[in-house]
Every structure is written in C-alpha cells, then in structure tokens.
Design a protein around this ligand. Sequence first.
Ligand SMILES: C[S@@+](CC[C@H](N)C(=O)[O-])C[C@H]1O[C@@H](n2cnc3c(N)ncnc32)[C@H](O)[C@@H]1O
Length: 260
Amino acid sequence: MSKDSNLFYKMVDWEKRLDREKNFFLNLVKNFKPSENNVLDLGCGIGHHLILLANWGYHGYGIDYSEESIDLAIKRMKEYNLEHLLNFSFGDMRYLQEIISDKKFDLIICLGNSFALFSQEERHNIIKQAIASLKPGGKIVIQVVNYLKNKEKSVWTINPKAFRDTNGLISFFVRILEWLDVDKEKVRMYVQRLKQQENNLEEFEQSQKTTEFFVVRDEDFRIFSEDNNLKFRFLGDFNYSSFDEEKSNDLIILIEKQEK
Ligand SMILES: C[S@@+](CC[C@H](N)C(=O)[O-])C[C@H]1O[C@@H](n2cnc3c(N)ncnc32)[C@H](O)[C@@H]1O
C-alpha cells in the first residue's frame, strides 16, 4: 500500500468488525494448542487479527507487501506487549514458500479482500503454497467481497464514512465501484477522500485513490476438489451462513486439511 495505507484502516470500524468476527475465529482456534506456529496472516496489514489471536495466547506470523504497514504492525505489537507471541515481516504472499520455508501452521488467514488483488493463476498458486504450509487438521480462511451481488449495476457505492482526525478536523470517504469488463471479472474502486482544511473549515481538500480487484467466485476452487484431503466450505458471513451469490456481501472460503 502507498503512503496513504492508513486510509484503509480509517475506513474500517475496527471495534465493530472484530466484534463481528471474533466468535468465528475463537471457534476455529479453540482446539489448537498454542505453539510456535499457530497462525499465518497473509496481507496482515497493521496486525489487527494477529493481535486479537495473540490476546487469546496464540502465536502469529504476519506478512505484508507494505513496509509502512509492517512497521506499524510491529509498533502496535510492542504497545500491546506481544513480542513473545508475534512476528511480522515484509514479503509478497505470491512467494509464500520462500518466506516461510518449511514452517507449518494451524491456521492461515487472508482477510479484508487482499486475495482479490490477484489473478486467478496467482490465487491458485497462493492456495497451493498455503495448503503445503498447513499442519494436518489445519485450516485456511479467505475473505473477499462478493462483487457479483452488484452484477446488474453499472456503478455502485459503499456507505460513506466520516471521522475526526486527532486534530479535530473532519475527513470523509466515498467509495465508488464499477465493472471493468462485460464478463464481470474485474472491478475498479475509486476512493474519494475529502479532508477539512485547518485554515478554512468550510473548505475540504479532495484526493483520490483507485484500486482494481478481481472477482473471486466459489467455482474457482473446483480445481482443488479432487484432493480428498481437503474440505471446502463457502460462507456468506462470519456467522456460518451459506454463501449466496445474489445476497451475500462477502465470500468466505474455509478450507480444512484432514487429519492424517
Ligand atoms: C485491504 S488490506 C487488508 C488488511 C487486513 N488483512 C484486513 O483484513 O483488514 C490488503 C493488504 O494486502 C497487502 N498486500 C497487497 N499485496 C500483497 C502481496 N503481494 N503480498 C502480501 N501482502 C499484500 C496490502 O499491503 C494490505 O495491507
């Protein structure tokens, strides 16, 4: 992420989000014994999920392709006194095996739509490497946005978000999305930010960031269906609702590697 990587973290209401996701993760990890390599977070950002899991006693390793996010994750880990449980490093998840070599994990997570940044070929490669890095009985959780819910629309928005900076000034975000192709394989998201000016409170400076995402479909995972060692579930939210392409906001892929 760019210099403005903080932008993403400000668009998320973390208290609400982690509250919504907490029980799902608690349920997943409850049978794992805290050990040296419990959880691997791909695209960990500034470490929210690993800090949550470390607060329950689990070890975590986070990788992210933004040095700024990793620096901030390390700073936050120290603030929470979790150095004995967590590790963060800069790295590209497409080369996962080179980063983690032969380490094996109980749980591998890739959340917050990070997985939708990659083409189908790259996604398959990431999953293959993640499966190879799972302990028997281990699990993978991938969460992406279900863009197909909006397949009939030409353009749509995500609820705007406003907050005050530490200096009391208002920032305001609007996210606008559009399809990039008729086959609905890709979307482009424009984030418009309006920032109140200190010298004139009636004036807002505008800036923009654009990101393209690939559409991830449940059927993309059929390629792995011949592996009897793996069990796939497709969920629409963290309450275990079944995925519905027309209604679900998210697609959550839960992969379980059978015990030997
Ligand atoms: C939208 S954020 C999601 C952060 C966090 N996982 C969450 O759930 O909120 C996407 C993250 O993926 C990271 N990222 C992008 N490309 C990556 C890559 N090739 N390897 C590892 N991380 C990557 C970005 O730097 C960013 O921190």
